[in-house]
Design a protein around this ligand. Structure first.
Ligand SMILES: NC(=O)c1ccc[n+]([C@@H]2O[C@H](COP(=O)([O-])OP(=O)(O)OC[C@H]3O[C@@H](n4cnc5c(N)ncnc54)[C@H](O)[C@@H]3O)[C@@H](O)[C@H]2O)c1
Length: 371
C-alpha cells in the first residue's frame, strides 16, 4: 500500500535506509502538489495516503503521484484509523487546519500545517495542546525564513551588523491579484483576505529576523472596495473572474505591531490596490548599527566614515521546490531525530496573534492589546 515518492530518486540522498516517516496528505489541492514535489527530495519520507473531499483531487493523487486508490480517503479520521500514518501534512483551507491537526495529534501523529497556522490564536492553542499531550512534533508551513536572503540577513544580524532592530516595514502587495480558485475570498473559511493569506509570509520572515520579540499591541484597518464588485472583475488582473458574489474579505489591510522591547513593525497587504507595481513582497529594517532590504539582502551600514550599501554579488532567487524542501525537511528531521523546529506551533501562534490583533483593531477602530 505504501508508496515512496522518492523511489525514482538517484544519488546519495535516495539511499536512505533508516526508518521512514510515513506521511499522509490531508487536502490534495494546489499547495499539496508543491509539497509532493518537495518530498521527492526527502528520501526519509514515504507518502502513504491522501485525503480530500473532492474526488478529482484524489484521482490526481493516484494519477500524478501513484498513491494507490485504496489509500485515498474523503475523511481524515477514516484514513487515520485505516492507514495509521506516523505523520500528517495538512494542506486544506485555513478553516480546516485546526480540526485535522488536533485529530491527527490525538491519534499520535506528528503534524505539518500550511500557513497561516489556523483561523484564530485560540485554534492555534488547541493544536499546540494536542501536540504536547501526545508528544508529537507540530510545525507550521512558513517557508520564507528558509530563503537564502533570509539566511544571509540572519547571519548578519547574529554578527551584530544591525545593532538594536527598532523598526521593520513589511509589504505583501498585489495591484490586482485576487485568487480565482479555492476559498480565498471567503472570510468564514479563510479568516481574512490578503493580511492572513500573503501578509503572513512577510510577517513570519520579518518577525524571525527581529528575533521573535513578544507582540503587545496592534493597530490597523481593512478595506473592501474592489473584490466584491462585478465591474471590477473586468479590469485586467493576475487571475481574472474571481467570485465577487462570495467575496467577503478585505482588499487592503494596514497594520502596526508594537513589541515589548519597544520595536515597531508595520505591514501593508493587498489583493487589489491602486499602486504602481504588482507583487511586492519585501521588508526593510532599521537598526541602531545598520539596516537592510530583505528581498535582495542589501545591507545599509556605516564603514570607513561613509555610508555603504552592501549588495550580495549573488543570492539565489525564489526556488519554490527548494524552499518547500527546506521547510518540510526541518519538520521531518524534528520528527525522526528530535532536532529543533524552525517554525514550531508556538511560532505559528505568535504570528497568528499579530494577524488577529490587526483584524481585531480594524473591527474595534482603535489599538488593541495582544496577550
Ligand atoms: N506556503 C505557501 O506558499 C502557500 C501557498 C498557497 C496556499 N497555501 C496554504 O495552503 C492551504 C491550501 O491552499 P491551496 O491553494 O492548496 O487551496 P486549494 O483549494 O487548491 O486546496 C485545498 C484542498 O483542500 C480540500 N479540502 C477542503 N476541505 C476539506 C476537508 N474537510 N477534508 C479534506 N480536504 C478538504 C479541497 O477540496 C482542496 O482540494 C491554505 O491554508 C493556504 O493558505 C500556502
Amino acid at each position: 500500500m505504501a508508496v515512496s515518492v522518492s523511489t525514482k530518486m538517484e544519488g546519495k540522498k535516495a539511499k536512505f535506509k533508516g526508518k521512514k516517516l510515513r506521511v499522509a496528505i490531508i487536502g490534495c489541492g494546489g499547495i499539496a502538489q508543491a509539497h509532493m514535489k518537495a518530498y521527492k527530495n526527502i528520501p526519509e519520507v514515504e507518502i502513504v495516503a491522501g485525503v480530500d473531499i473532492l474526488q478529482e483531487r484524489l484521482d490526481g493523487m493516484h494519477e500524478n503521484w501513484g498513491i494507490p486508490k485504496n489509500a485515498l480517503f474523503k475523511d481524515w479520521n477514516v484514513m487515520l484509523k485505516k492507514i495509521k500514518p506516523d505523520a500528517v501534512d495538512v494542506c486544506t483551507p485555513n478553516g480546516v487546519h485546526c480540526a485535522p491537526v488536533v485529530d491527527a495529534c490525538n491519534f499520535g501523529c506528528h503534524a505539518m500545517v500550511e500557513k497561516p497556522m489556523a483561523m484564530t490564536p485560540a485554534e492555534c492553542e488547541k493544536m499546540i495542546a494536542a501536540a504536547k499531550k501526545k508528544n508529537v512534533k507540530l510545525s507550521v508551513g512558513f517557508q520564507q525564513r528558509y530563503r537564502d536572503n533570509s539566511k544571509a540577513l540572519l547571519q548578519a544580524r547574529d554578527e551584530g551588523r544591525f545593532g538594536n532592530i527598532m523598526f521593520v516595514k513589511c509589504q505583501a502587495l498585489r495591484r490586482r491579484g485576487i485568487p480565482n480558485w479555492g476559498v480565498f475570498g471567503q472570510k468564514d473559511l479563510q479568516g481574512g483576505g490578503p493580511m492572513i493569506d500573503i501578509g503572513v509570509h512577510i510577517l513570519e520572515a520579518a518577525w524571525d529576523f527581529m528575533g521573535s520579540p513578544k507582540p503587545v499591541a496592534a493597530s490597523g484597518n481593512c478595506w473592501t472596495y474592489i473584490g466584491n464588485k462585478e465591474e471590477k472583475t473586468k479590469v485586467r488582473s493576475s487571475w481574472p473572474n474571481w467570485d465577487y458574489k462570495t467575496y467577503t474579505v478585505e482588499d487592503l489591510a494596514i497594520g502596526q505591531i508594537r513589541f515589548d522591547n519597544g520595536a515597531i513593525l508595520q505591514i501593508e497587504s493587498s489583493f487589489a490596490a491602486h499602486i504602481g507595481q504588482n507583487d511586492i513582497m519585501n521588508f526593510t529594517a532599521m537598526g541602531t548599527e545598520g539596516g537592510c532590504s530583505w528581498e535582495d539582502a542589501v545591507i545599509y551600514t556605516d564603514m570607513h566614515d561613509s555610508m555603504f550599501n552592501m549588495t550580495p554579488a549573488y543570492i539565489p532567487g525564489v526556488d519554490w521546490t527548494e524552499m518547500f524542501t527546506r521547510k518540510l525537511q526541518n519538520w521531518v528531521d524534528g520528527c525522526l531525530k528530535g532536532t529543533p523546529l524552525r517554525a514550531s506551533g508556538e511560532i505559528g501562534l505568535g504570528v497568528q496573534k499579530m494577524l488577529d490583533g490587526i483584524y481585531r483593531s480594524a473591527e474595534a477602530g482603535k489599538e488593541v492589546v495582544i496577550k
